[in-house]
Design a protein around this ligand. Sequence first.
Ligand code: NAD
Length: 257
Amino acid sequence: MGILEKMRLDGKVAFVTGGARGIGKSIATALAESGSHVAIVDMDIAEAQKTATEIASLGVKTIAIKTDVTNEEDVNKMMDTILATFGKLDIACCNAGICINEAADTMTYAQFKKVIDVNLNGVFLTSQAAAKVMIKQGKGSIINTASMSGHIVNVPQPQCAYNASKAAVIMLTKSMAVEFAKTGVRVNSISPGYIGTDLVLEAENLKALIPQWNALSPIGRLGRPDELQAIAVYLAGDTSDFTTGSDFLIDGGFSSF
Ligand code: NAD
């Protein structure tokens, strides 16, 4: 069997949080193209349903589940729904995230806590729920979306809570990877650079900064969501069985200097 065949995910079951749009949708599409059934998990159920229908046309089973990743009861219900629908979970993409751009000296405590709650606590809750199932199965792959902001301080926009949350996701990933290493459950993170999604393009203040970011970037442009697909498929499947506790920076060289 050739390497591309070995990388296929036929018959596997995945969930993707924040899967309705942007990077999550792109990863969910790639998993489905590789043969995996996919649960699209998002707060925005209308968009999640649209994405699930679109992805089902690739010939796999999909389901949309309305979940706030910061709500423990929602996350438990999400896991119950996935197990009732598919009977197992092989791949967990804990990807939902938000950004609030406020200066560290004026940001309110409520704003700070909101970012930490979605980006860090949400990844903890969803990856823990996945791990409980996967440890019983003796196998599974958890893929958390961190950011290059977990490695560097982005400029010029202020985003201390976001940067702190993403650095924490990288360390949470490594901690879980070490704890679960002998169980067959692997935990890795992907750290994208600036990617042209609605998170960036819908926020006028961020959109205006794109030329400045491009000037700082060795590759000179934003990334596209589809440029994160191959790493997600690799991490999801069995050819990455020796890969755990790793963070994959995909940023066009942005954080290399
Ligand atoms: P996006 O805003 O386009 O999509 C995020 C999705 O997450 C939305 O569908 C939203 O409804 C959902 N979501 C938000 N809060 C949620 C919650 N509490 N519970 C459930 N769903 C929730 O964002 P994106 O650009 O696709 O970003 C996805 C991930 O990638 C985030 O973790 C983000 O921090 C990270 N990231 C993005 C970039 C970038 O430049 N776009 C760069 C590095 C990392």
